[in-house]
Design a protein around this ligand. Structure first.
Ligand code: IDP
Ligand code: MG
Length: 140
């Protein structure tokens, strides 16, 4: 096992319902440690840049609109195998397919408004962390 860091976002559907604490509790209970955190409002330009990999997908415009519809909480999570562990705790993209006990099964409203983001691999984790945080903002 190796200690990793991953980028997490608590999405606007969750900030709107005031359940950021419930989401963070799931992450911490699973063994992930919040080593950086900030509540922000994404601009359209920043959301388009963050989700650039999806720009040809049919849901891209709606996704950018959703992600800018309210505040988000961006976090760096640290722990043993943090990248895969976070994906496991999050559950499948579509809450209808998410396993029992996962954040998306419990809290997501739809395949779009699915409460959380987590990096999907080591390269995206390091890119996504530096998209939001400088190294002196991450305190392990
Ligand atoms: P992930 O968040 O589980 O990694 P991705 O495929 O990377 O899923 O998609 C990024 C985000 O785009 C999803 O979390 C969700 O908010 C949105 N999304 C993905 N697929 C769809 C879809 O088919 N319809 C609407 N929104 C989608
Ligand atoms: Mg993804």
């Amino acid at each position: 096992m190796s200690v990793e860091r991953t980028l997490s976002m608590i999405k606007p559907d969750a900030t709107r319902r005031n359940i950021t604490g419930k989401v963070i509790d799931r992450l911490e209970t699973a063994g992930l440690r919040v080593v950086a955190q900030r509540r922000i409002q994404l601009t359209k330009e920043r959301a388009e840049e963050f989700y650039g990999v999806h720009k040809e997908r049919p849901f891209f415009k709606d996704l950018v609109s959703f992600m800018t519809s309210g505040p988000i909480v961006v976090q760096v999570l640290e722990g043993d195998n943090a990248i895969a562990l976070n994906r496991e705790v999050m559950g499948a993209t579509n809450p209808a397919e998410a396993a029992e006990g996962t954040i998306r099964k419990e809290f997501a409203e739809s395949i779009e408004a699915n409460s959380v983001h987590g990096s999907d691999g080591p390269d995206t984790a390091s890119q996504e962390i530096s998209f939001f945080f400088s190294s002196d903002e991450i305190v392990g």
